[in-house]
Write a protein that binds this ligand. Structure first.
Ligand code: AMP
Length: 281
């Protein structure tokens, strides 16, 4: 496994492979790797001949300074896991390599970035859009792999790729969960022992809501019950719990006559903000 730190190193390593028609699979990450990330890597290994993973904690997508400063870094373990999983290249750029100058460009994804995460984390998807564009331009992969865990991010990246004609196929990989249902996330490391138990509330509430919806219950009544459940949990603070169209993220009032529906939620568990989503139909 080769470690590449600059754009030029990526170019030298990959140009020759592209010339010999190898398909290049790319998995962008912010590190502190877990089985969710490794599932993306395994998918990439199955459908691409060469796999490159990037680890870059992108400062411009953090709207909260403390969240950025406390973002877990476990580089040594990450590299070991990637090597064990047969990754060919790891791209580890510095902030100055990615941002040699301030980015003046601002990305606006219309309705897609005004809702859910976009509403609670102003500027987040501008940062994501810019860094993913830069990474795609540097790596020039045939396929790039993203987790369903970040449903809104997937919708935005698909739109970015289509609007700017990036020559890459975006592959979405299902969310990997712990045994008790908590979606794997790098931020889970920051949960205290008690908060780790409390954190299952997100998945439990989505499952409850799904069952109720499919049984024909009213969405707003379901949501009231969920809000109360969060209210009764002192360490949990719900930010949103929404029923949306899976692709457009337009908020829905029910599932009747709908073909693709998901629940999206975000909540603080102690000091840690977690997000999750569940497909209903
Ligand atoms: P991150 O390092 O959190 O920026 O995530 C890098 C990629 O891994 C993104 O495409 C995420 O959606 C994906 N990812 C994170 N957690 C999971 C998970 N539990 N299951 C599947 N994919 C995930």
């Amino acid at each position: 496994m080769d470690i590449l730190r600059t754009k030029n190193e990526v170019k030298s390593a990959l140009d020759i492979l592209r010339k010999s028609q190898k398909t290049i699979g790319f998995v962008p990450t912010m590190g502190a790797l877990h089985q969710g990330h490794l599932s993306l890597v395994k998918n990439a290994k199955l459908s691409s001949e060469v796999v490159i993973v990037s680890i870059f904690v992108n400062p411009t997508q953090f709207n909260n300074k403390e969240d950025f400063e406390k973002y877990p870094i476990t580089l040594e373990e990450d590299l070991k896991l990637l090597e064990e999983n047969g990754v060919d290249f790891v791209f580890l750029p510095s902030v100055s390599e990615m941002y040699p100058a301030e980015t003046l460009l601002k990305m606006d994804f219309g309705d897609l970035d005004k809702t859910l995460e976009g509403a609670f984390r102003p500027g987040h998807f501008n940062g994501v859009g810019v860094v993913v564009s830069k990474l795609l331009n540097i790596v020039k992969p045939s396929k790039a792999y993203f987790g369903q865990k970040d449903l809104q991010q997937v919708a935005i990246i698909k739109r970015l790729v289509s609007d700017l004609s990036f020559d890459v196929e975006i592959i979405t990989v299902p969310t990997v969960r712990e045994n008790d249902g908590l979606a794997m996330s790098s931020r889970n490391i920051r949960l205290s022992k008690e908060d780790r138990l409390t954190a299952t509330i997100l998945y439990k509430c989505m499952l409850f809501a799904k069952d109720e919806l499919l049984a024909g219950e009213d969405w707003f009544e379901i949501r009231e019950k969920i809000t109360k459940r969060f209210h009764d949990e002192p360490q949990a603070r719900l930010e949103y719990f929404e029923l949306v169209h899976t692709d457009t993220l337009i908020k829905l009032k029910g599932i009747k006559n709908q073909k693709k529906v998901s629940i999206c939620t975000a909540a603080y568990i102690g000091e840690v903000r977690l997000i999750d989503n569940l497909e209903i139909i």
